[in-house]
Design a protein around this ligand. Structure first.
Ligand code: NAD
Length: 351
């Protein structure tokens, strides 16, 4: 057995249909009495429903969460916070990011109620954007104290968002398996997360209100998010960060496009990880299996269709080399260029 370090993140997780009913008990369990609810504008009805549900335990709501956690949005939410003593985030990674940003500044405890599969609720990581620059940091302050997974809240998540959000989660687990900090516990979690999501997404695509499929996807998202929170990421996340941050490409869709190519790039240097990903996907050719999964689910497969200018590919390579993440395969400008060209065109990953 290779020596390793494993550190768990303490959070309480409640899972199952109807779990939202436990919300008031969980607020009281935290010792709180004045909960502040955050959501995106689109999910304002969900926030209103929560405020009504918890009655006197609610002290207000802010429904202005936006992608990439802009600092001016956080400041607007802080101005509405009053004397809140806990935060409730209902939504995807954007909303959970806003609650984390408030918790970073106030140390208020958080209850995350995820409604996508991005996995942010299981990490102590926060990315914030100011003046067009996104910076990421890790702090125990931002790890939600409680996660409440209620499958009933995911029934209306559009199939297209479900699919790319699920591929975003799979990307955390793929990179976790070949991470510099990979360890046996997280590898078990990551492999199971990929298996659960890869099995659930086609069923959701075929029948969006299939409760067991939605439930399996939430379970997979939690496992993949746990992986992201526990070990460092590599080239795939670096590329997505550069593409999303500099060219404003949509987050989850960019992950879906890049993942098969990043895995193919790293595959010769990550044989164990590839074998485990292959087992989870039911096919030994793991990178191609991810590409095929994207195609069969109608997810985007090219950077071109996401609006990436071809002339920007050089800049992505520059950014990748300027502040590189640890990666199993050495960074090579020719191979990286080939990766990006294939991803831009929507070609299958290089074998
Ligand atoms: P999102 O939170 O932006 O949600 C996408 C859209 O779907 C929003 O309009 C939202 O209101 C809507 N939506 C969410 N759930 C819904 C539901 N059940 N029904 C109908 N509509 C619903 O997207 P996301 O992919 O979950 O999150 C992306 C953000 O999360 C990015 O900013 C990314 O950087 C961040 N993220 C952070 C971490 C971390 O660990 N810090 C991890 C993953 C993602």
């Amino acid at each position: 057995m290779t020596p390793f370090v494993y550190q768990s993140h303490p959070s309480r997780v409640l899972f199952g249909p109807g779990r939202l009913d436990s919300l008031a008990d969980e607020i009281v369990r935290l010792g709180a009495r004045r909960a502040f609810v955050v959501a995106t504008p689109e999910q304002a009805p969900d926030a209103d429903r929560i405020v009504r549900q918890i009655g006197d335990l609610a002290c207000g709501a802010f429904c202005g969460a936006r992608m990439h956690t802009p600092v001016d949005v956080t400041e607007a939410a802080m101005a509405a916070l009053a004397d809140a003593d806990c935060l409730i985030a209902i939504g995807g990674g954007s909303t959970i990011g806003l609650a984390k940003a408030i918790a970073l500044r106030t140390n208020l405890p958080q209850i995350a109620i995820p409604t996508t599969y991005a996995g942010s609720e299981a990490t102590a990581i926060i990315g914030q954007t100011e003046n067009g620059i996104k910076t990421t940091q890790t702090s125990p302050r931002v790890l939600p104290e409680v996660i409440l997974y209620d499958v009933n809240l995911t029934m209306g998540l559009p199939v297209a968002i479900s699919v790319v959000s699920g591929m975003n989660a799979i990307a955390h687990a793929v990179e976790g398996l070949y991470s510099e900090q990979a360890n046996p516990i997280i590898s078990l979690i990551a492999q199971e997360g990929i298996r659960a999501l890869a099995s659930a997404l086609p069923r959701i695509s075929a029948a969006p209100t299939d409760v067991p499929a939605r439930s399996d996807a939430q379970y997979g998202a939690w496992l993949c998010g746990t992986t992201l929170g526990a070990v460092g990421m590599a080239l795939h996340h670096k590329l997505c960060h550069a593409l999303g941050g500099t060219f404003d490409l949509p987050h989850a869709q960019t992950h879906a496009v890049i993942l098969p190519h990043a895995l193919a790039y790293n595959a010769p240097y990550a044989a164990d990880a590839v074998a485990r990903i292959g087992t989870a996907l039911g096919r030994p050719d793991a990178a191609m299996a991810l590409y095929d999964l994207n195609r069969s689910l109608g997810a985007p497969t090219s950077l071109r269709e996401l609006g990436m200018p071809h002339g920007g590919l050089d800049r992505v390579i520059e950014l990748t080399f300027a502040k590189p993440y640890w990666n199993p395969a050495p960074l090579d400008k020719v191979r990286l260029r080939m990766l990006l060209e294939r991803a831009w065109d929507g070609l299958p990953p290089a074998s």
